[in-house]
Each structure stands twice: as structure tokens, then as C-alpha cells.
Design a protein around this ligand. Structure first.
Ligand code: UD1
Length: 418
């Protein structure tokens, strides 16, 4: 088991580069299946989730070459349409591969996806949309079999603007017959990144980034090169780590437009922020002011930064209130923060954080990806040595986060124990 040991109490300062987006990379890697051709992707983060996706693509029959930031994927010789169960269960976004395989081969077999335990996370919206597109779905011994003679475009009204379902519908319909309109579509920047990459292949997609997306099916897609967008969640995590430490930072290679709701909240709690088109500068006050945060689909405040902000606010000068509207079980990390002296109560969707002057060190356990990152921030803000056990969750989604934080003056070390 791997753990972090963090020597806290250091003020973080400096400049750091933001990596490519995990949540944009995963559907874009899946999209390479569609063209049966050669693809070149840049800025794909080297993290466990992208490694698992690449492993699945290889097992399906793709030829893959990775050379530091560049990945070449040739999907010409895909021979299988079944996603292996043991890798499917490792993360939730493997479900995105289903849309891409359906789009190209009109069939796919997969099992229920795994991922972080932050709620029930069903895939009913994905499956209902596939059915509307003419796909027959049968379930046998835990496997979901999808098959269609043709994918035929139609109107799909999503009950909730699910990011994954929106991506899956786009992937399943770019090679369909006719036109598909997704109403109540997710508007996240990662959807726009996926659509931009597919458009480079020759797909006809309009309205990505708005509530209504139109996809006109085409007969063929060509190979394409693409540079993945910056990771807005990693950017938010680094900003909160620095703000919690009372320091200052310049983030490079970031898109501040993707972080408007987050920047507003950081300003509200007293941070000074300056942005250019690719950088964000943050200078924290001596003590942060408390905040009220409600998580919402984009462009609202992202659920993926809720846990990160909750850690940062444990030492704010007053009481913060957080309402988690997207996932029903995204507060598991709070029990770990309490071990460090944080004063937090929860009632249903709401967490109430009464700011304390000091966090103490403790041995904590990672509960999920973003919850784990929240503990790292608390460790940086605490006095003494904090241990965070089972950091595999964090390594799923953050590229070199320890090295990045250390370059700003933190003291984060990985240890491995049996
Ligand atoms: C994506 C992101 C994740 C982020 C989430 C919300 C990736 C790889 N992951 O996850 O980091 O936290 O968006 O911004 O991009 N739901 C259903 N039925 C479905 C699908 C979803 O009820 O078929 C519910 C979920 O349980 C959840 C809500 O809808 O409560 C949002 O889920 P969704 O937007 O689909 O999130 P993901 O695509 O899984």
C-alpha cells in the first residue's frame, strides 16, 4: 500500500504547469475507436485512469505508441467489441467506450462500470439513450449486450445533464444515419473538447457547450491529431492548496474561462486573483473568509472541487456551508478531516464547516479521488506530519501532484508499505 507523508505548515509559493485534463482525455481516447485510422494525441496526463483506458484499447486491437506527452493510436485492426470485465470495473468512465464501439461496430458487450464510491452512479440515462437510438439491450450474467442493425438519429431529452451520457450519445451517433438532437445536454468544457476532436475527424456536431447539441451522422471519419485541454480540476486543486497555505502561485497552461465559478469563490474568500488567457495568479490573505457553496452542473460550481474547497475552508475565519447537489455520498472524507481537528457537521446534502485556527497532524485514509486530494491539502495546512494511506485513488487522477506541490515548497513524500 502506498501512502503520503506530509510535513505541513509550509507556505506554498511559485509557478506550476497544469497537466492535460483527465476527464477530457478519457472520452477522447475512446473516440479514437471510431475512425479505424491513425490518431495522435498530445497532453494526455500520465495517470492510472488513462493507463487503464489505453490497456483496454490495446486489448480491443488498437496499436498504441506512447512517447512522453504524445500518444499514437491506430484503431484500424480492432477485432473485439467486448470490454474485459476486470478493467471495466476499475473505473466508471470505461462506460464511454461503449458509445464509441456502438458507433463504429453497432455492437458492444460490457459489465457495470466501477469507480469511486461517491454515490449509486447508475447508467440508466446512457442505456435509455442507446435504446432510443434503436439499440437492443439484453443483460446476461452481469453483462450488458448492446446490438443494432443501424443507429438512427433521433431527439433525446436527458432527465439530467449527465456528462457521461452526453458524451456516450455523441460517440454513438457521429457515424449514425440521420440527425440526433440532445436536449438538456451537459455543457461541461470536456464535452466541447470531445466535440472539437471529433470535428477534426470530420464529424458534424453543433451546439457543444450549450444545452442542445445536434449531431448529423456522417459515413466515415478520418484520423486526427489533437491537443487535450488543461485539467480545470487539477488547476482548482492547486489553487486551493496554495490558498489554504496562505501562499501565492502562478498557474501556467490553464484556461481561466473554464474556472469562472471557482475563481469567483476564491475571490469571495479573500484571495487576490489575476488572469491572462493562459495563466492564473493567486495570492491568499492571512486568513480565508468563509464561503457558501452549492455544487451544480457546469457552468455552476463543480462537484469535483467541493471536497477540495471543504478542506481549504476548515481554517477559514467563520462558518462555511456546502450543499452537494450532484452526488449523494461525497462527504466521506469529512470524517478524516475531523481526525485532524476540523469542526464539521453534515445533514443530508449540507456540510457545515466551522473554521478552526489550527489543524493537527493525524493518520488518515483516502476515501476517493477528490476526497484524497482534499486530505493532501489538509496535510499541507496542518502542523506536523500527516499520513494519508491508500493513495492509489489520488494517483488515478492527478499527474505528479506530489512533485508539483513540492516544487512550490510543500513536503510531500510517497512511502510504500506491505
Ligand atoms: C463526470 C466526471 C466526474 C464529475 C461528474 C459530474 C468524467 C470521467 N467524470 O462523471 O468527475 O464528478 O461528471 O460533473 O468525466 N446519473 C444517473 N444516471 C446516469 C448517469 C448519471 O442517475 O445514467 C447521475 C449520477 O448518479 C450523478 C449525476 O447523474 O448523480 C451526474 O453524473 P454524470 O454527470 O453522469 O457524471 P459522470 O459522467 O459519471
Amino acid at each position: 500500500m502506498k501512502s503520503y507523508i506530509i510535513e505541513g505548515g509550509k507556505r506554498l509559493e511559485g509557478t506550476v504547469k497544469v497537466s492535460g485534463s483527465k476527464n477530457a482525455s478519457l472520452p477522447i481516447l475512446a473516440a479514437t475507436i471510431l475512425n479505424g485510422n491513425s490518431n495522435r494525441l498530445y497532453n494526455v496526463p500520465d495517470i492510472r485512469d488513462t493507463k487503464i483506458t489505453l490497456e483496454i484499447l490495446k486489448l480491443l486491437g488498437c496499436k498504441i505508441k506512447r512517447n512522453s506527452g504524445k500518444i499514437e493510436i491506430n484503431s484500424k485492426n480492432i477485432t473485439k467489441t467486448e470490454i474485459v470485465d476486470h478493467l471495466m470495473r476499475k473505473m466508471r468512465s470505461t462506460v464511454i467506450l461503449a458509445g464509441a464501439l456502438l458507433g463504429r461496430f453497432k455492437e458492444v458487450t460490457f459489465s457495470y462500470p466501477g469507480g469511486c464510491d461517491i454515490g449509486s452512479r447508475p447508467i440508466d440515462l446512457h442505456l435509455n439513450a442507446f435504446k432510443k437510438l434503436g439499440v437492443e439491450i439484453t443483460e446476461e450474467a452481469g453483462f450488458i449486450k448492446c446490438k443494432a442493425n443501424k443507429i438512427i438519429g433521433t431527439n433525446i431529452d436527458l432527465d439530467f445533464p449527465s456528462v457521461g451520457a452526453t458524451e456516450n450519445i455523441i460517440l454513438a451517433t457521429v457515424l449514425s444515419e440521420g440527425t440526433t438532437v440532445i436536449n438538456n445536454a451537459a455543457m461541461e468544457p470536456e464535452i466541447v473538447d470531445l466535440a472539437n476532436y471529433l470535428k477534426k475527424m470530420g464529424a458534424k456536431i453543433e451546439g457543444a457547450g450549450t444545452i442542445s447539441i445536434t449531431i448529423k451522422g456522417v459515413k466515415k471519419l478520418s484520423g486526427a491529431s489533437y491537443n487535450i485541454m488543461p485539467d480545470r480540476i487539477e488547476a482548482g486543486t492547486l489553487l486551493c492548496a496554495v490558498a489554504g497555505s496562505g501562499g501565492s502561485v502562478t498557474l501556467n497552461d490553464v484556461n481561466p474561462n473554464h474556472l469562472s465559478a471557482v475563481i469567483n469563490k476564491l475571490e469571495e474568500c479573500g484571495c487576490e486573483i489575476e488572469i491572462t488567457n493562459k495563466t492564473i495568479f493567486l495570492k491568499a490573505p492571512k486568513r480565508l473568509k468563509p464561503l457558501e457553496i452549492k455544487t451544480m452542473p457546469y457552468p455552476g460550481f463543480p462537484t469535483d472541487l467541493q471536497q477540495i474547497f471543504s478542506a481549504m475552508l476548515t481554517k477559514a475565519n467563520g462558518t462555511s456551508i456546502i450543499i452537494e447537489n450532484i452526488f449523494e455520498n461525497r462527504y466521506k472524507h469529512l470524517a478524516e478531516l475531523r481526525k485532524m481537528g476540523a469542526k464539521i457537521t453534515t445533514e443530508g446534502k449540507t456540510a457545515i464547516i466551522s473554521g478552526v485556527r489550527k489543524l493537527n497532524s493525524a493518520t488518515t485514509v483516502c476515501t476517493d479521488l477528490r476526497g484524497g486530494a482534499a486530505l493532501v491539502i489538509a496535510g499541507i495546512m496542518a502542523k506536523g506530519k500527516t499520513k494519508i494511506e491508500d493513495i492509489d485513488y489520488i494517483l488515478r487522477g492527478y499527474e505528479n501532484i506530489d512533485a508539483k506541490l513540492n516544487s512550490l515548497g510543500a513536503k510531500v513524500k510517497i512511502i510504500e508499505e506491505k
